[in-house]
Design a protein around this ligand. Structure first.
Ligand code: 5RP
Length: 228
């Protein structure tokens, strides 16, 4: 039986099968995406060609340490592929992301990627979203007002903290983790959140994932969306 960490490594490395020479690739964030970036780094060191955009400062630094080439949104308006983790995945491939705080950059990168591959250990695959508190990025200014409006949506919100201070995203914003009993209608919830002044983005990713590589006790399983 594979541990959670072994599953993360296997799905991260399995995703390397989706890369092709010359591709522009989005690099996800988190402990699973790390395995993909490290694998890509080894390929680059052996002569593989690609350009990348990272979804966080942490992933950018990791990629840089392997000498993985970077590109910009100006140079590369569309990416061939993004490989990223998730906190929850439902049967429709709707995701909760942002446990690592990178949801805004992750959604921007996913939005310009032709193909999104999500990599996750088996614990992330759920029948209904919402056991994992939904990360919501809000601006610092008047955060109390945004927080109070989020609270009106039948959830228990918590302002994310790190070392006794509000957690700061790479964009200098705060994160609210909102616990819902269950998220049965992600689309409606996402649009309600988007209408709250000060909310920059939420961790619901609807219609982004094309392929999910899921860990299992006997190795990675590749699941494809029938949407595209
Ligand atoms: C970061 C994310 C991550 O992809 C998500 O939190 C999964 O992380 P991990 O692979 O460490 O479980 O959305 O914002």
């Amino acid at each position: 039986v594979l541990t959670q960490e072994e599953q993360k490594k296997m799905v991260g490395e399995k995703a390397l099968e989706f890369v092709r020479d010359g591709m522009a690739i989005g690099l996800g964030t988190g402990s699973t995406a790390r395995y993909f970036i490290e694998g890509l780094g080894r390929m680059v060191q052996e002569g593989f060609c690609c350009t990348t955009i990272a979804t966080s400062v942490a992933s950018e630094n990791l990629a840089e340490s392997y000498g993985i080439p970077k590109t910009t949104f100006t140079e590369t308006p569309q990416l061939d592929l993004v490989v990223d983790g998730a906190d929850e995945i439902d049967t429709e491939f709707t995701l909760i992301k942002g446990g690592g705080g990178a949801l805004l950059r992750e959604k921007i990168v996913a939005s310009i990627s032709k193909h999104m591959v999500v990599i996750a250990d088996s614990s992330k695959y759920v029948p209904v979203l919402g056991s994992f508190p939904l990360p919501i990025e809000i601006v610092q200014y008047g955060w109390e007002a945004s927080f109070a409006a989020i609270q009106q949506l039948s959830c228990i919100p918590i302002l994310r903290q790190r070392e006794g201070k509000p957690y700061l995203t790479d964009n200098g914003n705060f994160i609210v983790d909102a616990k819902f009993s269950a998220i049965h209608d992600p689309q409606t919830l996402e649009s309600a959140l988007r209408h709250i002044p000060g909310v920059v983005e939420c961790g619901l990713f609807i219609g982004f994932a094309d392929t999910v590589i899921l860990g299992s006790p006997d190795g990675p399983k590749v699941l494809s969306s029938n949407r595209k």
